[in-house]
Design a protein around this ligand. Structure first.
Ligand code: HEM
Ligand code: PLO
Length: 465
């Protein structure tokens, strides 16, 4: 057991990693009235996520996430139980609607958005550009098709509104907020007022979409997540116990989770990837060479090209290692008295899995602070490898990320489409993006600008086509 002081000027995951030197791979402390255990090593983390996955599959109840999720509805912040299981299953079933040869195949949807994204980037005409809005729009449209079978136009004001509330919500939820440690302080908190206000705007938008959709709903034609949940509500509710009943609120909060996760994660990783390529132009060049040789300029990349572009895949893996989206995952909670390694863990203990420490462990990674995509390639740089088991950017076990397939598909397609057409260049002021980052529910890069220059080879190929 140790006594810690949560300093506000340092990111929590970095502070927890430093404490490892003093207290070891696993340590515990009291955070207000909560008993918290931090796990810094991959073998212990695997015990929590995989071997004893079910024992650690609950989530903490927190003041902030309770407001976001109408007291724990939805998936990500919902406790282990029938509601969570039903929502997760319905999302998984919806993914199968978007598979294979169906007209609304996910790959097709992502490629359409990649095309719009590239058009928007071409419109910037090589001027200094903040990539945030276009990346947000591309990810939002993919997930909007998945949830509602609809999308937004480039200049729709609603997209800016969403980006604004999403930013405030992630920032406020990500703060090591006192209100989650001492719930009575919420009466005085300015952050809480702001959080509530923005969650209200988000809920209004979701409710509007829900209402429009519900009027058009046809139980014989299920095309998206909302249809899938409405159908389950009608078909199952007579059979379900009150505990697992699906209400409109549950549907709304599940869609809200998928929407929030779908937008914030993918767009953030694309921005990190762009920033790293500005810092490491040779990485950009190697990926472009791979694209030029294996795909050329007469067609655009598709998912089946993935095995042909191992360096791009290795780069995505390295970005997810060095700047994990969720450096402490989402907190887990022990559902029973149990143990981790040789330590006894009482029921209700909060577990923070320190993915940052696991991804930067110097005994597992050679020069962990260096950005080296080639660490994920064999000697010939042709085959992807996994150099250590100290790596799980999407978590694992019962609470593993539900969107991994979608996220990987988006990252591959968006980045390959961008690099086929554009050279990424440092902005006119010569400033490279800061790689420090800021934790805001997802580990975000600070705003930056760059220039998207249409590649000469691409331009010439278009002229001769
Ligand atoms: C949970 C990573 C994209 C939906 C998680 C967790 C991680 C993660 C680390 C927590 C696992 C745990 O607590 O043990 C990522 C990364 C992404 C990504 C790195 C992108 C590169 C997405 C997308 C979606 C999504 C696109 C939606 C389609 C979710 C949901 C959960 C989750 C719903 C909560 C699962 C649960 O509690 O049962 N993700 N995610 N994620 N993710 Fe993702
Ligand atoms: C993003 C802001 C939205 O308005 C609400 C929301 C819902 C689900 C959250 C997401 C936010 C942030 C990223 C999270 C996701 C669930 C899973 C994902 C936490 C807060 C990750 C990376 O774990």
């Amino acid at each position: 057991m140790c006594l810690i002081y949560l300093k506000s000027h340092e990111e929590t995951h970095i502070y927890f990693t430093k404490l490892k030197e003093k207290y070891g791979q696993i340590y515990a402390f009291w955070l207000g009235s909560y008993y918290v255990v931090v796990v810094n090593h991959f073998s212990l983390a695997k015990e929590v996520l995989l071997k004893k996955g079910k024992e650690f599959a609950c989530r903490p109840q927190m003041v902030t996430t309770d407001i976001l999720t109408d007291t724990g509805k939805g998936i990500a912040f919902s406790k282990y139980g029938p509601q969570w299981r039903t929502s997760r299953k319905l999302v998984q079933s919806t993914f199968s609607l978007f598979k294979d040869r169906s007209s609304q195949n996910l790959e097709k949807i992502i490629c359409q958005e990649a095309n719009s994204l590239c058009k928007a980037l071409a419109n910037t005409q090589g001027q200094n550009t903040d990539p945030a809005l276009v990346c947000f729009l591309a990810s939002a449209n993919v997930i909007c098709q998945f949830c509602f079978s609809s999308s937004w136009k480039q200049d729709d004001e609603e997209v800016k509104t969403m980006m604004n509330f999403s930013e405030v919500i992630t920032k406020t939820l990500g703060k090591d907020s006192l209100v989650d440690i001492f719930p009575w302080t919420q009466l005085f908190s300015k952050d809480m007022a702001l959080l509530k206000e923005n969650i209200m705007v988000r809920n209004k938008l979701l409710e509007k979409k829900f209402k429009i959709h519900k009027e058009k709903f046809d139980i014989d034609s299920v095309n998206n997540l909302l249809d899938m949940m409405l159908k389950a509500k009608i078909n199952n509710n007579g059979l379900l116990t009150q505990e697992s009943e699906i209400t409109d609120k549950h549907i709304l909060m599940t869609v809200g989770d998928i929407f929030g996760a779908g937008v914030e994660t993918s767009s953030s990783v694309i921005k990190w990837s762009i920033a790293y390529m500005l810092h490491y132009p040779q990485v950009q060049e190697t990926i472009q060479k791979e694209i030029d040789q294996k795909i050329g300029f007469t067609r655009t990349p598709v998912l089946s090209d993935r095995h042909q572009l191992p360096f791009l895949e290795a780069t995505v893996r390295e970005v997810l290692r060095i700047r994990p989206v969720a450096p402490l995952l989402i907190p887990h909670v022990a559902r029973t008295d149990t143990s981790i390694g040789e330590y006894t863990i009482p029921k209700d203990t909060r577990i923070y899995i320190n993915l940052w420490s696991i991804h930067h462990d110097p005994t597992e990674w050679d020069e962990p602070e260096q950005f080296k995509p080639e660490r994920f390639l064999d000697k010939n740089k042709e085959q992807l490898i996994m150099p250590t088991a100290s790596y799980f950017p999407f978590g694992g076990g019962p609470r593993t990320c539900i969107g991994e397939f979608l996220a990987r598909a988006e990252l591959f397609l968006f980045l390959s489409w961008i690099l086929q057409r554009f050279d990424l260049e440092v902005a006119d002021d010569g400033k490279l993006p800061s790689l420090e980052g800021k934790f805001a529910m997802v580990f975000q890069i600070l705003p930056f600008k760059l220039k998207f220059k249409l590649r000469k080879a691409w331009r010439e190929a278009q002229l001769s086509a």
